[in-house]
Design a protein around this ligand. Sequence first.
Ligand SMILES: CSC[C@H]1O[C@H](OP(=O)(O)O)[C@H](O)[C@@H]1O
Length: 348
Amino acid sequence: MQQNYQSITWQDDHLVILDQTQLPLREIYSDVNTIGQVWDAIKKLKVRGAPAIGIAGAYGLYLGVRDLESKNFTSFNVELNRWIEYLKSSRPTAVNLSWALERINQTVYANKDKDLEEIKEIILKTAKTIHDEDKRVCKKIGENGAELVEKGWNILTHCNTGGLATGAYGTALSVILHADDDDKDIHVWVDETRPLLQGARLTAWELKQAEIPFHMITDSMAGSLMKQGKVDMVVVGADRVTANGDTANKIGTYSLAVLAKENEIPFYVALPLSTFDLETDTGDEIEIEEREPEEVTHLAKTPITPKKTDAYNPAFDVTPNKYITGFITEKGIVEPDFKKNIKKLFEK
Ligand SMILES: CSC[C@H]1O[C@H](OP(=O)(O)O)[C@H](O)[C@@H]1O
C-alpha cells in the first residue's frame, strides 16, 4: 500500500508541511524555518492530528535551539525548556506533543556532558527517530486492526486519522486502509466532523487517493445509520487516553460511542502507545482545548449565523471507557480490564 503524500517532511535544514487548511481544494506545501512558524502551523491546524503534532513539535524544538549560543549546558537547558513550554502552549489536549518534547528533553539530559553543538544534532536525530518510528507504528496499528474487520463491513469513522494526521498511514484510517488492502471489500461512512470538517475535507481526500468506497454523512446522520443496521464497526482515533482508558478525541466522538453501545456495535479506538497518558488517572482531568467561536459561526470564512452570534467551540470531548470495546495499538488489541491491560502495554 503506497501513500504518495507526507503531511510533514524534514528537508535539508527546514520542515516542509502539507497545509491541511487548504485541502481538499489545494495541495499547498509550505516551508517552515522557525519554531514560531511551527507553533503557528499547529495552532491553525495546518499541521494537525495528535501524532503529527508531536512530530512537528519535535522538529520545532530543534529549530528553536539550532542557533543558540549558550555559555554552558545549564543556560542551554533553560532555553530548551522555555521553548518546550512555548510549543506545548499551541494545543493542550493531544498528549503526543508533550510526549515528544519530553522524550527529547530526557535525551538531552542524558547527553548533558557533550558539546552543545553535538547536543543540537542529537535533538534533530531524535526528532527524525520519532518521525520514522511513527510511520512503522501506524502501519502496525493498521495491520492489527484490519484483523478485526470482517468481509463486506460498513465502517464508520470520525474526523481525520490518516497519513495526514500522523507520520504515515494513520491510526483509525490505517485500520481501514489495511482492511481494504486485505480485500475485505469494506465501505466507509465518513462523518463530516463539524466545525472544521476534517472528515469532509481530509478523510474524503485520503480515501479518494486510496480508492476506497465511502459516503460522506453529516455528523447527525450517524445514529440513524446505526439504528438501521448499516454500521458494523466504529473506529476512531484519539488525542489522549488516560490510565483507565477514558479517551479524549474530536468533539462528537462521545455521542458516537453512546450510540454504538445502544446499537450493540463494536466501538474501537486506534492509537499509538505515544497517545496513552499514564500520568493521568481519568478523563475528568484532561484539558479540553477551546477554539475560536468563528470556527462554528463561519464556514470557509463565510458567516452562517447572524452578526455577533455567540458560539461554544470545544475541540474535543471525553468518552468514558465503558463505551469502548477495545484499543487498537501497534502492540495488539487492548480489551477490558483497561486499567490493568493498558499498564501491561508499557511493561518491559
Ligand atoms: C490520529 S489523529 C488523532 C486525533 O486528532 C484529531 O484532532 P485535530 O484534527 O483537532 O488535530 C482528531 O481528534 C483525531 O482523532
